[in-house]
Design a protein around this ligand. Structure first.
Ligand code: FES
Ligand SMILES: [Fe+2]
Length: 365
């Protein structure tokens, strides 16, 4: 049931609404560009906000990120291979080290020097199962003092034996603002009625600052994970019973995190590709904290339980993503066809979300 708070109707000015749909990103943040398991010693091409990047792993296992462009003839370095920890272009075999410097040209004559061309390298970290990349609006290999002074958000539950994880990849032809607004507006439980994730959301309050918007809702949850067999609710919907739970959703720029009661934590890690395309990783954690007996078992056994139950919520999560992506892409298409049409917004949290997106971009300029 949608609650309308008298006197607090959100009004989004047409200007703000239009400009948000074409908004760039604040590049001075950590974004997620791949899952750890995707990055090997074969280069992987990714894109973060119109910048093509080649990721690769060296022989020590360290991940590097270089601009995906050979300075010789501008082809993609990701078509090449990793040789002696250097990225070799597929075309003429020039090689680039992890600093982005040209390190070898196979046909260099004795009287020729290596070209001084250099491509951009990006700060990159591997943490909690994902590859975090800092696009930055300065080039660290040209201005060496420009290294990120903030840390990636991280997922403390990823390696915690008390949480089982499910990952779903979102690939949508829409601006990232539509995805974040979808995730922050819990009144859209209506869309997911057949999947029964939550019901009867009601916005209680909003807490915001220059880096985040936190919206606190009350809701009804269909799940209660209090007995070991109750995990089977993730597979058998008939076992679920509605009961009240707090539902908290936060836009911690540029990512999203949510808790439903004590049992669930969900992250959405963003990789905006361009104005009309967004990639994101949705990670759902089910807590096993209620099972105190489980915690007394040997670590290897708890690890076995965690690993065996990986992906337990896959059907639910993928189902939610399909429904959300359909709506988000329709919104994007409607905007492209008629950008002047104004939305009617009743959820105050979305006004705060749009303001945060804009202010983050403004402060990066
Ligand atoms: S285009 Fe890359 S080596 Fe020639
Ligand atoms: Fe949804």
């Amino acid at each position: 049931m949608q609650q309308i708070i008298p006197g607090n109707h959100a009004s989004i000015s047409p200007n703000l609404q239009t400009s948000v749909r074409k908004l760039a990103i604040n590049p001075n943040q950590w974004y997620v560009v791949a899952r750890s398991k995707e990055v090997t010693n074969q280069p992987l091409a990714v894109t973060i906000w119109k910048q093509a990047i080649a990721l690769y792993r060296d022989s020590t296992g360290k991940v590097h990120a270089l601009e995906d462009r050979c300075p010789h003839r501008q082809v993609k370095l990701s078509h090449g291979q990793v040789i002696k920890n250097e990225l070799e272009c597929a075309y003429h075999g020039w090689r680039f080290n992890s600093e982005g410097e040209c390190a070898a040209v196979p046909y260099l004559a004795d009287n020729q020097k290596l070209p001084t061309c250099q491509i951009r390298r990006y700060p990159v970290k591997e943490q909690d199962g994902f590859i975090w990349l800092f696009p930055g609006n300065k080039e660290p290999n040209i201005e060496p003092n420009i290294e990120p002074n903030i840390e990636p958000m991280g997922l403390p539950e990823w390696d915690n034996l008390n949480y089982i994880a499910t990952v779903s990849v979102i690939q949508t032809q829409a601006h990232y603002s539509y995805l974040i607004e979808n995730l922050m507006d819990m009144y859209h439980g209506h869309l997911h009625q057949d999947l029964q994730a939550w019901a009867e959301a009601s916005l209680q309050n909003i807490d915001e600052d220059e880096n985040k918007v936190h919206a606190h809702y009350t809701a009804q949850s269909y799940y209660k994970i209090d007995k070991i067999w109750s995990i089977s609710q993730l597979f058998f919907p008939a076992l679920r019973r509605l009961h009240p739970e707090p539902l908290d959703v936060s836009y911690v720029y540029p990512h999203w995190v949510s808790t439903l009661g004590n049992d669930f934590k969900i992250y959405c890690l963003l990789c905006p590709v361009n104005e009309t395309e967004t990639k994101a990783y949705l990670i759902h954690f089910t807590s096993l904290n209620a099972f105190w007996r489980l915690h007394k078992l040997p670590v290897w056994f708890r690890r076995f339980i965690k690993d065996s139950l990986f992906g337990a919520a896959q059907k639910l999560l993928d189902g939610l993503v399909v429904q959300d992506v359909k709506m988000i892409e329709e919104e994007q298409q409607a905007f492209l066809q008629n950008p002047e049409i104004r939305n009617y917004e009743l959820n105050r949290a979305l006004v705060s979300v749009q303001k945060l997106m804009k202010s983050q971009v403004e402060k990066s300029i």
